[in-house]
Design a protein around this ligand. Structure first.
Ligand SMILES: Nc1ncnc2c1ncn2[C@@H]1O[C@H](COP(=O)(O)OP(=O)(O)OP(=O)(O)O)[C@@H](O)[C@H]1O
Ligand SMILES: [Mg+2]
Length: 491
């Protein structure tokens, strides 16, 4: 006796008798069945309820089986869709499989045939789910998801979005400053989709002149241009059934943008110089660190393409807005570069870690990765101290604008700002090793302006540089002897 099965199955068929046969058969097996007499009705049900599998008749008036299949996969790319075809039409069975059907059933069918195919579909669905749950558990335990490290609420939200969006075929736009991990996220989306085993092709949109970009993307026919001596396939051919990643989509020229729009909308393209349309099944993931919306306002990016790309939008927060991720990331890179450099048991001293958490990271995770790699290479022992963290990381750490509290009797604006200016110049000079030119650069003022202010505030050297360039004794006893940062040289 067959064990009872569970699962929700959608049956879409315009023939009432077929719907009834399938309903009886599947319900008897234990499945829950919903019936739809047209593609449109089926899609409506699929949008409202999650199904585990769908059985769709290929020949239906209105939206036919293939179009229904296509749309069902848009709603849930993991949905196993079984297509019912007439015995005579093997051709349509093949096109159903190409369009992403899990399997097909030919009419007239035997009950057992249908049940085997449905069981397989359910098994596949279960495996995909299990896999995803497993990944989610791992993520919770290790603050890591598909190589992306992070435990801040912002990154958890990113992980959730990846998990939700990955299975669908929808286009995704990943936005974020340079070095925030956009490519990493694009790869994670692909790895968590049912296309994981299929190709992931990266297009570096900015590296190529426009005509070369088009032939790279779409290929060309023989004689399409001078030098096109033989036909060539493009990256879209390579990415077929997989994902294509447009790195810095903002660099794609307007003319090529139109062609991209066509691939997204029509799922086909033409080779350069060619007349045939070529069908392609790719998932498009695009990344940018520019404000595409602004670019559309300036007429540099097609608005229709922007909206097509932005179906799902994923914003990666800059590192300075999720500082709780810094220690975790630092440890991760310590391990990574420790392994690479055969150095084990590496750790950051608390003061080194403080510097890393204080800094603003304009280059985001990439910059942090570089700083840690450098420290790992340079360290002699297992403990990495503040001295192995580059100067510029120290500088910002030392700076913070004080909180001002105005006393009840009021305060002289002029006195406060003058005092603040004076102290700011003094500490900048310290940080610049006493070199005025460098201090002026740090403060974004002209050296002459800085020199005027130094005179006006009567700022004097705190420490003198001795003749051999080493530290001289402190001329002011309250100055702490912090090596190499307290010399003041008036040039
Ligand atoms: N959350 C993270 N966890 C671990 N590594 C990360 C993370 N974010 C970024 N990285 C690492 O930082 C580097 C930069 O990441 P990635 O290339 O994905 O950034 P990007 O946003 O595409 O940058 P760009 O705009 O400059 O192309 C890579 O080496 C990547 O592995
Ligand atoms: Mg990148």
């Amino acid at each position: 006796m067959a064990t009872s099965r569970t699962g929700m199955i959608l049956v879409v068929d315009d023939e009432e008798i077929m719907r009834e046969i399938l309903e009886t058969l599947l319900t008897r097996e234990g499945y829950t069945v919903r019936l739809a007499s047209s593609g449109a009705e089926g899609l409506e049900l699929a949008r409202a309820t999650p199904f585990d599998a769908a059985i769709v008749d290929i020949m239906m008036p209105g939206i036919d089986g293939i179009a229904t299949l296509d749309e069902l996969k848009r709603i849930d790319e993991d949905l196993a869709v079984l297509i019912i075809t007439a015995y005579a039409s093997v051709g349509s069975a093949i096109s159903a499989m190409k369009a992403g059907a899990f399997d097909y059933i030919t009419k007239p069918f035997k009950n057992d045939e249908v049940l085997v195919v449905v069981r397989n579909a359910m098994e596949q669905r279960r495996l995909v789910h299990e896999n995803r749950n497993l990944r989610q558990n791992i993520q919770e335990r290790y603050h890591k998801f598909a190589n992306i490290i992070g435990k801040s609420p912002q990154m958890r939200q990113v992980f959730d979005l990846i998990i939700q969006a990955a299975p669908s075929r929808s286009t995704i736009l990943v936005q974020g400053e340079s070095g925030t991990g956009k490519e990493l996220v694009a790869r994670a989306i692909h790895a968590n989709s049912s296309r994981a085993e299929r190709p992931f092709v990266t297009v570096n949109s900015g590296n190529l002149p426009p005509d070369l970009l088009e032939s790279t993307l779409f290929g060309h026919v023989k004689g399409a241009f001078t030098g096109a001596v033989s036909p060539k396939k493009g990256l879209f051919d390579l990415a077929d059934t997989g994902s294509i990643f447009f790195d810095e989509i903002g660099n794609v020229p307007l003319e090529t943008q139109g062609k991209l729009l066509r691939v997204i909308q029509e799922r086909d393209f033409m080779r350069l110089g060619g007349l045939d349309t070529i069908r392609v099944d790719v998932r498009i993931i695009a990344a940018t660190n520019t404000d595409l919306k602004q670019m559309t306002a300036d007429g540099r990016f097609r608005e229709d393409l922007f909206y097509r790309l932005n179906v799902i939008s994923l914003q990666l927060p800059p590192l300075r807005d999720r500082k709780d991720d810094i220690p975790l990331l630092a440890r991760h890179f310590l391990q990574k570069y420790g392994d690479e450099n055969r150095k084990s048991g590496l750790e950051l001293t608390p003061s080194a870690l403080d510097l890393l958490t204080e800094y603003d990271w304009p280059g985001n995770v990439r910059e942090l990765e570089n700083v840690v790699e450098r420290a790992v290479v340079l360290t002699a022992g297992p403990r990495i101290g503040a001295e192995l963290i580059p100067e510029h990381v120290h500088k910002t750490a030392a700076f913070s604008v004080p909180d001002f509290v105005v006393p009840p009797e009021g305060i002289s604006f002029k006195d406060v700002t003058s005092d603040f200016e004076k102290r700011l110049i003094e500490s900048t000079l310290e940080a610049a090793g006493g070199v005025q030119k460098r201090a002026a650069e740090l403060l974004h003022v002209k050296p002459t302006t800085l020199n005027e202010m130094i005179k006006r505030y009567d700022i004097r050297p705190r420490r003198k540089r001795s003749a051999n360039g080493t530290e001289g004794p402190s001329s002011e006893s309250e100055t702490e002897p912090t090596p190499a940062t307290t010399n003041l040289v008036i040039e």
